[in-house]
Design a protein around this ligand. Sequence first.
Ligand SMILES: Nc1ncnc2c1ncn2[C@@H]1O[C@H](COP(=O)(O)OP(=O)(O)OP(=O)(O)O)[C@@H](O)[C@H]1O
Length: 327
Amino acid sequence: MDNLIKVDHLSTYFYSDEGAVKAVDDVNFRVKAGEIVCIVGESGCGKSVTAMSIMGLVEEPGGKVVSGKIEFDGEDLLQLDKNTLRSIRGNEIAMIFQEPMSSLNPVMKIGEQIMEPLLIHLKMSKKEARTRAIELIKQVGISRPEEIADSYPHELSGGMLQRIMIAISISCKPKLLIADEPTTALDVTIQAQILDLLREFKETSNMSIMLITHDLGVVAEMADYVIVMYSGKIVEEGEVVELFERPKHPYTRGLLKSKPIINQRQEELYSIPGQVPNPLELQESCYFHDRCEHCMAICQTKQPQLQEVGNQQKVACWLYEEAVTHA
Ligand SMILES: Nc1ncnc2c1ncn2[C@@H]1O[C@H](COP(=O)(O)OP(=O)(O)OP(=O)(O)O)[C@@H](O)[C@H]1O
């Protein structure tokens, strides 16, 4: 499969009086055509900022993509002017956010909001766009589409609004859909329906999806490939089955251990001890060392690099250094 997007040495920082936060720090990954890549990790590890960097939504002077390349369909998005990037955004690359309410315009009818990208990017006439908007509402599983098209966002439930966001995001048949915690605010049944919908579109249109989540249940169900982030860095990545069956990084293992198991009564859910380090106080060390039960002397003074440990799995952890150097 070809790479649709290739992110190389991406670093995005935020600046404040207290210093620079390396929200994304030298991150490399690929998303192939028709593949679902999940980015997983606790809050604050850089998942959303990775997505915002791809979308060109990191705003200076507070934040800045300080280095790297984001090759999409052979072009470096970071080198494009604002207008070209805007024409790619919402058209070839679309994004769904966690809170549909904050992405929709409260005073504009649903139908008009779905029509907008069709008018702008696909240059449809108003009549064509309206017909297509109604089709899209139907396609995301909402009945009475005409009535819904003439409603305002506050008249719809959270699950319906997220379906509308999906309708908007797929309206121009994007090659890449970035979904940032698209189901976190929804109850489990609706969550499953929304995930099914995303998978269905991926399968029928060969769209690639970059799915950001902290929920390993969602990862297990959706991902082809998984990227685990911690404190702005990728600490492990691999094919979903491999990563779930043979997790290497103690952080990944901790995340998996804290995942509830279906049909099994658990007295108390495990949680990784400690907290994500303050991004302003990161030292030259493995950032996970003070939460890690396998911490060695080297982990406290030197940062491990991401290395291949077989079967396309990569890990940044000193525990595997020997296996790597003797391989
Ligand atoms: N606009 C901003 N200004 C300053 N710092 C920011 C900004 N946006 C993100 N950050 C910082 O960048 C780091 C990474 O944040 P990011 O939102 O990418 O995390 P995340 O993994 O997506 O977490 P969550 O699941 O909570 O969204 C955090 O330390 C965060 O505080």
